[in-house]
Ligand binder design. Structure first.
Ligand SMILES: CC(C)(COP(=O)(O)OP(=O)(O)OC[C@H]1O[C@@H](n2cnc3c(N)ncnc32)[C@H](O)[C@@H]1OP(=O)(O)O)[C@@H](O)C(=O)NCCC(=O)NCCS
Length: 166
């Protein structure tokens, strides 16, 4: 049984941050190069909640399976109906459909929010097959790829844009 939480306590936030930082350190899916501090991650969470946007985690038997959240796509006011989402599954639990559960729940919550008309996935790396596949399977269309816009660990990385109009 998986439980999905919308309101995170300190312990949830610490576990979610561990997953987030794992992907900063060990992948090109996140273009940050330095691990986030607890304070920076708490601020991210608080800001998303202040804007009444979804931030969810999945839990099974005390293990945090992953996190998914929605944030502004860009700051300029004309973008106000467009949001970017992020999803990170605990590396110990990948390829067990937990990412799909989280993404489907996130999309459902977004559909209930009248402000959210567009969801954009900004995917780190053309070779991020897992992320491209999970988005395709959930109705996202490949819009384009920005070539070599990221630079991390001495490597140029593409950014793949996928969109779902809600
Ligand atoms: C991308 C990610 C969220 C997928 O989560 P997951 O729980 O492993 O995905 P699921 O088990 O729900 O799989 C969904 C589909 O993608 C496929 N898939 C997942 N990872 C894959 C991989 N590494 N290679 C190939 N296919 C993969 C699954 O087989 C499944 O397809 P199927 O229905 O045909 O079997 C997870 O790998 C992750 O957190 N990656 C790092 C962060 C990231 O890239 N996030 C996206 C940025 S927005």
């Amino acid at each position: 049984m998986i439980f999905l939480y919308n309101h995170l306590n300190r312990q949830h936030l610490n576990s979610a941050l561990n997953i987030y930082n794992h992907y900063i350190s060990n992948s090109f899916s996140n273009f940050e190069e330095k691990r986030l501090t607890s304070q920076a991650f708490n601020n991210l969470y608080k800001n998303i909640k202040k804007n009444k946007l979804p931030f969810i985690i999945g839990i099974k038997n005390k293990d945090i399976l992953g996190l998914a959240y929605v944030n502004k796509f860009r700051e300029k006011s004309g973008y106000r109906y467009t949001y970017e989402h992020s999803i990170y599954v605990n590396p110990e639990f990948v390829k067990q459909k937990y990412g799909t559960r989280l993404l489907k729940e996130l999309i459902n919550q977004c559909k209930k929010n009248k402000k959210i008309k567009n969801l954009i996935a900004v995917i780190g790396g053309s070779d991020n097959i897992g992320s491209i596949k999970i988005h395709e399977k959930n109705g996202f269309k490949h819009i384009g790829t920005l070539r070599k816009v990221g630079f991390k660990k001495n490597k140029w990385i593409d950014s793949v844009y996928m969109q779902k109009i809600l």
